[in-house]
Design a protein around this ligand. Structure first.
Ligand SMILES: NC(=O)c1ccc[n+]([C@@H]2O[C@H](COP(=O)([O-])OP(=O)(O)OC[C@H]3O[C@@H](n4cnc5c(N)ncnc54)[C@H](O)[C@@H]3O)[C@@H](O)[C@H]2O)c1
Length: 348
């Protein structure tokens, strides 16, 4: 069954692509359909979609390729395909293809329309929604980009069946975050859930999780206030992700955010019932990771570069008492040291 979540400018359709894509294309008359995928997702294209595309570009997969070099490849292919401004781009992939494809489409001939077909859990629940498009530059993540909404988002849970388990868990951290910041019923369901597998009603889970993201980005499309709530866990989480990036054992985005959520919540709210629930849920999906005390100065240096900071203070976004409300809390290096000590205490 297909479900539709309507935003001001576009609709997120949740269900089999065989149903949602033809319907979306009927509503979006186009001159040529241009497909962007990576080498993994190109191999997953359903035959009907393969036949629909008039031209395509297939990029190397992964964050390492989310850069201007890949953009150049896309713009070359768009030119070679003779796309005019009525062309429609279709992005089939995870957050990397969605962000990069969106940026290329939003800038080619000053902007052609694009449809996001997210294929990872992270992209379905988070990256494909909200119109933030960017690529990495000179080693800085998402530093060159624009805000531009897609013409449609088509999320088909069937893509999750081929996703590696670690990627699935990584995306699940954002589902957990959405539940904690905006949907108590979703949080209650997650607390009861025992595994991430085929027994789950993925469509229901996605519907609830996307609903939280949609409410927040509709209230604050250009990230001037409430949207910072989506950064819960990301002040410490992003620093951890960056710190371990070049190491032998990098953390996935979700693994880093899971630690960020626990430590930031502990700092802001202390040992309450909600924290105990969060510890139990995260322990189910995310292996505990040893983070030595000696990492604190480097982590703090990374946190000081965070885009959310204002007036030189490092800030974290914490959910308020009511769902969908935000508290911004400043933190010091000594808080980070205490938070890491709390996390070390969870070693099981
Ligand atoms: N725009 C936003 O608001 C926003 C929000 C969150 C994250 N992001 C961005 O999203 C990116 C991360 O996205 P991601 O985690 O989806 O990473 P990704 O796009 O790199 O995908 C992860 C891996 O899974 C593969 N893959 C994708 N779908 C698959 C499938 N169905 N089956 C098997 N393999 C599949 C990909 O080829 C890749 O190797 C980051 O660049 C981040 O900055 C953007």
């Amino acid at each position: 069954m297909t479900q539709a979540i309507r935003l001001r400018d576009y609709t997120v359709s949740l269900g089999p692509l065989e149903e949602t894509l033809p319907e979306a294309l009927r509503a979006l008359p186009y001159s040529r359909l241009f497909l962007i995928a990576d080498q993994h997702t190109a191999a997953l294209l359903p035959p009907f979609l393969d036949r629909l595309a008039d031209a395509r570009v297939v990029l190397a997969p992964g964050e390492a390729h989310k850069n201007l070099h890949s953009c150049t490849q896309v713009w070359h292919a768009m030119l070679a395909a003779g796309l005019d401004r009525q062309a429609l781009a279709l992005h089939v992939g995870g957050g990397v293809i969605g962000d990069l494809g969106g940026f290329c489409a939003a800038t080619f001939k000053r902007g052609i329309r694009f449809v996001q077909v997210p294929t990872t859990l992270l992209a379905m629940t988070d990256a494909a929604i909200g119109g933030k498009l960017a690529v990495d530059f000179e080693g800085v993540k998402n530093i060159v980009g624009v805000f531009q909404n897609p013409a449609a988002v088509l999320a088909d849970p069937a893509f999750l069946s081929t996703l590696p388990a670690r990627e699935l868990r990584s995306g699940f951290a954002e589902v957990i975050k959405h539940a904690l910041i905006g949907d108590p019923a979703l949080w209650a369901a997650i607390c009861k859930q025992e595994a991430l597998d085929h027994t789950l009603d993925w469509q229901a889970l996605l519907h609830a999780s996307i609903g939280v993201k949609v409410q927040i980005v509709e209230a604050d499309p250009l990230e001037k206030g409430l949207r910072a709530l989506l950064n819960f866990g990301h002040t410490i989480g992003h620093a951890l992700e960056a710190y371990y990036l070049g190491s032998d054992e990098p953390l996935t985005h979700g693994e880093a955010i899971a630690i960020g959520i626990l430590t930031e919540y502990w700092l802001a709210c202390g040992n309450d019932t909600r924290l105990r629930e969060m510890e139990a849920v995260f322990a189910r999906y995310f292996p505990w990771r040893s983070i030595p005390d000696t990492a604190a100065p480097a982590l703090w240096a990374l946190m000081r570069q965070d885009k959310k900071n204002a007036g030189g203070a490092v800030r974290m976004a914490i959910p308020g008492a009511e769902p969908g409300t935000l508290r911004l809390e400043a933190l010091e290096e000594s808080d980070l040291v205490r938070a890491l000590a709390y996390y070390r205490g969870l070693a099981g």
